[in-house]
Design a protein around this ligand. Structure first.
Ligand SMILES: Cc1ncc(COP(=O)(O)O)c(C=O)c1O
Length: 381
């Protein structure tokens, strides 16, 4: 038994400002989706450069919604990088379509555009890509390879990452963002669906809330002189994926703090890059591609397989949590994939994510580096 974990790999920063912001919402007794959510959507939209943000209750919901909005269903195929969150494959399977797992670049862990050419068939309807760790994908090359297909961006790692001056999540047809407890901007549980195609906005709105057409509250309908304001007009049938004003009030405060979070993450990233240079057995992550910026969501190192596992054990025994995001989807037996993806399998044996979040202090960082030094001495003995 080692030390209790004292440094987490992910963390959020919620404080008195968020507590103050939810007080009037609670007291107003209107805690569902209302004015505060409209403001959050507008302000988040201004941050990422989009006029069509729909706040939802999780990024997983946004992924599930994106399948319905694009009309993906039985017999269709969706290409997904294998190093990815399970919600992506679940979303595809949920509509009866088939996830096709693709290999990733060994350095950036982002989808290889050549994989789209290799895997696309007449049944392929979409590519669901991830900007791994916050580093934007090679989007132009991907779009080129995916001509004629829909593009969905999982932007859970890349809240403000930029690709040639545009924010990730606003590049493809739909963008999916996460504000869960482990993300840079946290509202508890929450997310956003960004609709980049004007022709999809009405569908997206209907799918977000039970399939209801022209979503007005009963009170709005009454004010509009409708004598039977309780009547319902369904455009389609759907689940309930909306956010609420408590989460949105927290989100609005978090938005004000976001640039500070990113700045601190950048400092930590920079210190890792500098300090880890002394260890010739550690491969550090690349900087983002030219003309792109990152959100510094993950820091990843590559090591020989046995060394990776031993370092993970050593760090955890010293109270430093570490992990590997994301266990390759094609290796999850329930997905029944027969793909052999060389890079993803090798990365699965060799990559480790070190703690990277705004709550890491300089003392924590010193301790992490010292602990890696101890480990080096141990293996060199
Ligand atoms: C890459 C990625 N996509 C999507 C999600 C889902 O986010 P949420 O927890 O908001 O549903 C996560 C969550 O960890 C994630 O890491």
């Amino acid at each position: 038994m080692g030390k209790k974990i004292s440094i987490q790999v992910f963390s959020n920063s919620l404080g008195d400002e968020e507590i103050k912001a939810i007080e009037p919402i609670l007291k107003s007794r209107w805690i569902g989706m209302g004015k505060e959510t409209e403001l959050f959507e507008k302000e988040f939209g201004q941050t990422i450069g989009s006029k069509s943000v729909l706040a939802v209750n999780s990024c997983t919901s946004a992924l599930f919604l994106s399948m319905h909005i694009l009309g993906i269903g039985q017999g269709d195929e969706v290409i997904i990088p294998s190093i990815n969150f399970i919600g992506t494959a679940n979303a595809v399977l949920n509509v009866g379509a088939k996830p096709i797992f693709a290999d990733v670049d060994p350095d950036t862990l982002n989808l290889l555009p050549s994989e789209i050419r290799r895997l696309r068939t007449k049944n392929t309807k979409a590519v669901l890509l991830l900007h791994y760790g916050g580093h934007p994908c090679d989007f132009d090359t991907i779009s080129d390879a995916a001509k004629g297909l829909s593009l969905i961006e999982d932007s859970a790692n890349s809240i403000v990452s930029q690709y040639k001056g545009r924010t990730c999540g606003t590049l493809g047809d739909l963008g999916c963002f996460s504000f869960d407890a482990m993300k840079i901007l946290c509202v508890g549980d929450g997310g956003a669906l960004v609709v980049n195609r004007p022709d999809l906005i009405d569908r997206a709105q209907e799918y977000r809330y039970l399939g209801i057409k022209n979503q007005k509250s009963g009170i709005d309908s009454f004010k509009a002189k409708n004598t039977k304001w309780w009547e319902i007009d369904l455009g389609r049938t759907s689940g309930r994926y909306i956010s609420n004003d408590i989460a949105s009030a927290i989100g609005r405060v978090q938005l004000k703090k976001l640039s500070g979070f990113i700045a601190r993450r950048k400092e930590i990233w920079g210190r890792y890059q500098k300090e880890l240079r002394q260890f010739d057995w550690i491969v550090r992550p690349p900087e983002p591609l030219t003309e792109t910026t990152t959100s510094y969501y993950l820091f990843w190192i590559k090591l020989k397989a046995k060394v990776r596992d031993a370092l993970a054990q050593h760090l955890v025994s010293k109270g430093i949590y570490c992990t590997f995001r994301y266990y390759p989807l094609h290796l999850i037996k329930q997905y029944n994939s027969t793909e052999k993806l060389k890079n993803s399998e090798s990365l699965n044996d060799t990559v480790l994510n070190l703690p990277l979040h705004q709550n890491i202090s300089d003392t924590d960082l010193d301790y992490i580096i010292e602990t890696i030094k101890d480990f080096e001495q141990k293996i060199r003995q």
